[in-house]
Design a protein around this ligand. Structure first.
Ligand SMILES: N=C(N)NCCCC(=O)O
Ligand SMILES: [Zn+2]
Ligand SMILES: [Zn+2]
Length: 322
């Protein structure tokens, strides 16, 4: 147990207990119930009832935890030891109803509310992209409408699928309709692939989104892209939602709706590092579907992505503490 004034409890020491031993928490960090509170709560949402194609993202969170055993305590890219700067803990999984999407969405929102009420920022491991809507609802209750940076091959601003409003292709249209996003700072990054029609892009632009396509990242480079995004976001409270299919299927085969021509994991990690000064209030990482993965390619990329995001949050928590 620790108290608010004591040093953060870090990962299990891999020089004493082999990193492949014992149950997997994210980065071998303590469970939330082993510490008094967390500054950053890593929480799983094993829910994939909202998918339009291959299922299996319900197993994503645990696959990322398993792949995160090899993360080490010091992050040289950000010159920070994220788990020493702040208490990061694994809050386990939100138990969302797999047979009732509306109820699952309510459960996810209420569980996020409860974690945010403790003062924690969230690093959520999905689950399919449906879960971003209840998470954003919860963010807006705490922070007001938030800026959104959405890394994804897809727009996820479609209207309905088979008449269903809550799906993994529709969370951000619902969020704009509900007024929970700051429409002056909405960006998709990594967009590519076939759409249903040109209207998809017109609708998306009307909602206020800017688009940095996957090809833009290749042509402009990661530094220029990160600069542009930082300028758009300013000091607004920022939520980052990362669909692992933003990566090329070569870098993330384990996902439900893969699209050719995506970012490399190096590009994604570098763009995130370029956003380290933004006011990142919480983040999610979704659509890891381990049944289609090979040699943990996807879950390793996802674990490193979550590591950069938790590093950004820990640095800001430490800086705010002074
Ligand atoms: N959010 C993800 N991964 N995919 C959305 C794809 C929606 C569609 O099948 O049109
Ligand atoms: Zn996607
Ligand atoms: Zn998505």
């Amino acid at each position: 147990m620790t108290t608010a004034s004591s040093e953060p409890v870090g990962p299990v020491d891999s020089s004493r207990v082999p990193r492949y031993a014992g149950p997997a928490t994210f980065a071998r960090l303590p469970r939330l119930d082993e510490v008094s509170r967390a500054d950053v709560a890593v929480v799983g949402v094993p829910f994939d009832t909202g998918v339009s194609y291959r299922p299996g993202a319900r197993f994503g969170g645990n696959a990322i935890r398993e792949a995160s055993r090899l993360l080490r305590p010091y992050n040289p890219a950000q010159d920070a030891s994220p788990f020493a700067l702040a208490q990061v803990a694994d809050a386990g999984d939100i138990a969302a109803n797999p047979f009732n999407i509306n109820e699952a969405v309510e459960t996810i929102e209420a569980s996020a509310d409860a974690l945010l009420a403790t003062g924690a920022r969230l690093m959520t491991l999905g689950g399919d992209h449906t879960i971003a809507l209840p998470l954003l609802r919860s963010m807006a209750k705490k922070h007001g409408p938030v800026a959104l940076l959405h890394f994804d091959a897809h727009l996820d601003t479609w209207d309905t699928y088979f008449g269903a409003e809550y799906t993994h292709g529709t969370p951000f249209r619902r969020a704009v309709e509900e007024g929970i996003l700051d429409t002056s700072a909405l960006s998709h990054v990594g967009t590519r692939g076939p759409l249903y029609g040109k209207q998809d892009l017109d609708d998306d632009a009307k909602m206020g989104f800017g688009i940095v396509t996957s090809a833009d990242v290749m042509r402009r480079g990661v530094d220029e892209v990160a600069d542009q995004l930082r300028q758009r976001i300013g000091d607004r409270p920022l939520y980052i939602s990362i669909d692992i299919d933003v990566l090329d299927p070569a870098h993330a085969p384990g996902t439900g709706t893969p699209e050719a021509g995506g970012l490399t994991s190096r590009e994604l990690l570098e763009i995130l590092r370029g956003l380290a000064t933004c006011n990142l209030v919480s983040a999610d990482l979704v659509e890891v579907a381990p049944a289609y993965d090979h040699a943990e390619i996807t879950s390793v990329a996802a674990s490193h992505t979550a590591y950069e995001l938790t590093t950004i949050m820990s640095r800001q928590i430490a800086a705010a503490r002074g």
